[in-house]
Design a protein around this ligand. Structure first.
Ligand SMILES: [Zn+2]
Length: 62
């Protein structure tokens, strides 16, 4: 496994759909993992394996 260049904790980042930019909901998978899913686009990604463009930095105060 290769380390991603961005934080994997998700802290300070919002998971968004790379296609439509909508904030994604977190779902539990049958195998115990968790995944973010965009219903309108019918696509998503596992929480631990976000694709490029799926993490959007949250606005920082100050
Ligand atoms: Zn989408």
């Amino acid at each position: 496994m290769e380390e991603a260049s961005y934080p994997v904790s998700g802290r300070g980042y919002a998971h968004v759909c790379p296609s439509c930019g909508q904030a994604l909901d977190l779902y539990d998978l049958r195998d115990g993992d968790q995944a973010y899913w965009c219903a309108p686009c019918g696509r998503g990604h596992r929480a631990g394996d976000p694709p490029v463009g799926a993490l959007r930095p949250l606005p920082q105060a100050g």
